[in-house]
Design a protein around this ligand. Structure first.
Ligand SMILES: [Zn+2]
Ligand SMILES: [Zn+2]
Length: 216
């Protein structure tokens, strides 16, 4: 879920009937209720089972509509207008509670990816490898962006990319193999190799590792 306006996550809504903090929930994919237009991606709902609105609602609905259900108090972001939302069960909406921190994190990652993709065409001219590495190491980034980044990586001829790639766990083996190929070319072009014992970079023709002193 990409939320457009993150400031709604800072809103605090208190249920006027039970004084408990209302939960921030993702709006259902289909519009529910008549005349209730969701102009929003999230809404606030009182999920307190001891709330009098919810406790008394079962009887009200039974009497008025003859089916099983109750009401929960809800408010839309930026509004203190109280609405009663019909719920069919105790657990309705409990599965769509939004975790503001997780959502903020998700959004931050998404913005970083977006910025990296935008900088990709100019990063070589700017001599800035950051967007390339951001995309390669972001497992949640779109595949095409990561593919483009790997293609550009080789043009940087920058051996500092090796460590972060080696330390990264790729879920996609195709990307891992492509990166390994790029690294192999970079090492060759720079007359370097990785010590098979300590993984430090050493001269391609070295007989003894400068770092771990192993004989090669
Ligand atoms: Zn309440
Ligand atoms: Zn070594």
């Amino acid at each position: 879920m990409n939320i457009q306006n993150l400031s709604v996550l800072d809103e605090v809504h208190i249920c006027p009937d039970c004084n408990s903090k209302m939960s921030c929930c993702e709006v259902p994919p289909v519009h529910v209720g008549d005349g209730l237009g969701w102009g929003s991606e999230v809404f606030f709902i009182c999920l307190n089972d001891e709330c009098p609105v919810f406790k008394n609602g079962w009887k009200k609905i039974e009497v008025n509509y003859g089916h099983k259900g109750s009401f929960r108090n809800m408010q839309l972001p930026g509004s203190k207008e109280l609405n009663a939302m019909m719920v069919a069960s105790k657990i309705a909406f409990t599965g769509s509670i939004v975790d503001p921190d997780a959502l903020r994190e998700q959004n931050e990652r998404y913005q970083k990816e977006k910025k990296a993709i935008e900088s990709l065409p100019t990063c070589l001219a700017d001599n800035d490898i950051t967007p390339v590495m951001t995309l390669i190491l972001d497992e949640a980034a779109r595949e095409q962006g990561r593919r483009d980044a790997i293609d550009i990586l080789i043009k940087f001829n920058d051996l500092s990319c090796i460590d972060p790639i080696r330390n990264h766990t790729f879920k996609n083996t195709e990307f891992e193999q492509k990166c390994n190929m790029v690294i192999a070319v970079l090492l060759k072009n720079n007359y370097q190799k990785e010590c098979p014992f300590c993984a430090e970079l050493i001269k391609a023709q070295a007989k003894k590792c400068l770092h771990c002193k192993a004989d090669l």
